[in-house]
Ligand binder design. Structure first.
Ligand SMILES: CC(C)(COP(=O)(O)OP(=O)(O)OC[C@H]1O[C@@H](n2cnc3c(N)ncnc32)[C@H](O)[C@@H]1OP(=O)(O)O)[C@@H](O)C(=O)NCCC(=O)NCCS
Length: 173
């Protein structure tokens, strides 16, 4: 359903709009941070040299419309692990399967091309759509991280989910 491509300078205004959309940032650590700017987003999306351990891709529909981004962050070659981050910034595109398809594509790359062993993520414990999407993509719930972040100043539980290479290879269709 989707194509992934490198993030470029031309994407920065769109990424800023998505990150600053209240309905999107509600689910992100951004909920309690100052509004994103082109400068802050440039660093976060791997367009600076310091961001070498972060791989981020734009998610496009097959028709070429950018709808979100997905990344492998803090890639650790020694322990062969990374953290997955994803956001579909265009709200009307939620729950249409784009997230699952993009994650499946990234996991294939992580396990078959990059040789990673483990990919994990954390998400808000009340993000039912996200959790369902990650389960469909092969992630397994590992635990609850109590009061891990603040949302509008109030502590919020998050869940830790992970997928291991061997499990993913055994379960893929
Ligand atoms: C979370 C997110 C990446 C998931 O991507 P997506 O393209 O919407 O996900 P998919 O369509 O592949 O899968 C979503 C699943 O959740 C289901 N779902 C939707 N709302 C739900 C709810 N309230 N409760 C339970 N399941 C729900 C959908 O029906 C679908 O499952 P199905 O295919 O079995 O019907 C995307 O919705 C998003 O970016 N949301 C806003 C920001 C965010 O939450 N980012 C992630 C932070 S960790």
């Amino acid at each position: 359903m989707v194509k992934l491509r490198a993030v470029g300078e031309r994407d920065l205004p769109l990424l800023v709009r998505w990150v600053n959309d209240p309905d999107v940032r509600h689910w992100l650590h951004q909920s309690d941070r100052p509004d994103a700017t082109v400068e802050s987003v440039r660093g976060r999306f791997g367009l600076t040299e310091e961001a070498f351990a972060n791989f981020v891709w734009m998610i496009e529909t097959l028709g070429g419309r950018p709808v979100g981004h997905v990344g492998l962050l803090r890639v650790d070659p020694q322990h062969k692990r990374a953290e997955l981050a994803i956001s579909i910034g265009e709200k009307e595109c939620w729950s249409r399967g784009y997230g699952t398809d993009a994650i499946t594509t990234v996991l294939r790359h992580a396990f078959e091309e990059m040789g990673l062993r483990r990919v994990d993520l954390h998400t808000d414990a009340d993000n039912a759509r996200g959790i369902r999407c990650y389960e469909k993509s092969g992630f397994v719930l590992e635990g609850v991280m109590c009061e891990r972040r603040l949302r509008y100043g109030k502590p919020l539980d998050m869940v830790l989910m992970a997928v291991l290479r061997e499990e993913w290879l055994a379960n893929r269709t």
